[in-house]
Design a protein around this ligand. Sequence first.
Ligand code: SF4
Ligand code: SF4
Length: 618
Amino acid sequence: MGESTVAETVLLLVLIAVSLSLFWRRFGPVLRIIRESRAEPGFELGQLGPRIGNFVWEVLLQAKVIRDRPLPGLAHAFVFWGFLAFGLVTLSHVAEGFHLHLMRNAGALGQLYSGFVALWAIAVAISISGLFWRRFVTRPRWLGNVSVESGVIAGLIFLLMLTYLLRFTVVEGSIFGKANWWAHTLALLIFLPLIPHTKHLHLLLSPAAIFAKRQGFSQIPHLSGDEDVGLVARADVTNIDALQAFSCVECGRCTEQCPAFNTGKVLNPKQVILGLRDYLRDGNTSEPIVGVHVLEEAIFQCTTCGGCEESCPVGIQHLPVIIGLRRGRVNTGEWEDSYGTKLFLTLEKNGNSLGFAASERTKFIERAALPIWDGSQEYCLWLGCMGAYDPKGRDTIQSLARVLNHLGVTFGVLRKERCNGDPARRLGNDLLFGQLAESGVEGLQSAGVGPAQNMVSICPHCVRTLGTDWSEAGATFAIEHHTELLARFADRLPKPDGSIVYHDPCYLGRYRNVYDQPRSLLGNNLIEPGRTREKSFCCGAGGGMMFLGEEKGERVNLNRVKELVDTGAETVAAACPFCQSMFRDALGTVTDRPVKLLDIAQIIAAGLPSVLPSAPTI
Ligand code: SF4
Ligand code: SF4
């Protein structure tokens, strides 16, 4: 800039003060809301190693952003890295207004750094132009309405880069040099207060949100006592919920993945988070969260597939919020749904979600000649509701038994079992879940199954609930999915012929990170559908949805089965009895082709050298 006059220095001081005060006027209340929210029950900022690792991966390296959307992700990463590189030159730029020439005084090093930042300025200018084009011209539908603020921010960033680069071409102290310096300064001082007024608040909060997020996937916080019924009003929002709500960058990645949104339902996970944020901003402490800001219909359309949580680049955990809101409605008796009521009554009365008498389970065990668990076997085989009562679930259990016998792995089933409470848990009925979980823990303990005893299940929902959610009832168990067990014996098992398309169940993939084990059992003719592994598309059954009423919009199972069938595969391989049930309902509607639908245990059993029941064809 050359030397500034006294008037210029005073003007600069005034503008900085205005900019900072406008910034704080918005940012201060946000910090207060987060600070004054109640502490998250059971939350500890422990496990610093994984937290730091995650911070480096997701914040500093921007790996998740790039992985999910390579081109826009890289553009975003360049803007972020450019901002980091600009830190020092921005300080030096403002200092020039006060006759301090930090870069110039740093000699060759300062010159080198200025040149280095110039390269970043070019990268940022190109990247922000690309992001602007995407947001305002191509406009993917999950980005939602375009905001003028985003355009202004993009324009200011571009101006900052341009004016930085121009300083290398203008003579210092000349009229153009001064004009350029002031243009850069004004862009900076307008940009600062816009940060907390726009979605760019994530620049300040998302590093903290990523560092402090709850460890583990879809962690539903324990209730903190009898008074705690879930998320009802302001007093129930935790500081982690609030921090995450204000960190949303409105990118729509969660919406893009959501099976409910993609099949025409009301639910939009981004709007759930923004609804919570608006609720907190409104500051009406007595008003319930569900109502104006978040629709009840939306939260009860969630399949708890976790696609939103998995894809969020700033660590927002939607499921604790969605299930917290369900808890608030169900535990206070506000939720009225005839299917939900029927399910809860069935679970209470029959102890299973399908409404059968427990004696039907005993008869099946006897008919199938399943060995009873006596403590001497290697594995306790948990049947679950589907394995005990559903005809195809029973086929899967019998197939698994044949495979385990073939391998010489010993196992036994419990004489009695009740539903583990998964649908009650995900629908927010804590009282019922608590009863089922406690009776399940007692049942296992009285059968001599300890916490370290190997258990196996054909159902990823059972694996998750016994292995994680039962901690709320005082104990968890070392249970794994049958594909994890069988994968350890893959070289001793027959590989199937014919083409197979595998569907990743949400509760096995996203919830348990088990992707390779099922594939290792399916041979070389495996076909991947378009949406696969972490980006798999839900079958529509989770979160209690299998038991609720008619879906609005397109059915989720039809959407998914169509994609699986369109691969041309002869067999659809499932690894969850709920997925299998949903696909069974949908297959006949989407194709006339005789596509086989089998669990992986059934596929393997069909290749064993003994007489086997013929594979069901839909
Ligand atoms: S968990 Fe799945 S269904 Fe529920 S909001 Fe997230 S993406 Fe949508
Ligand atoms: S919640 Fe996460 S994924 Fe969804 S819009 Fe906000 S930042 Fe993007």
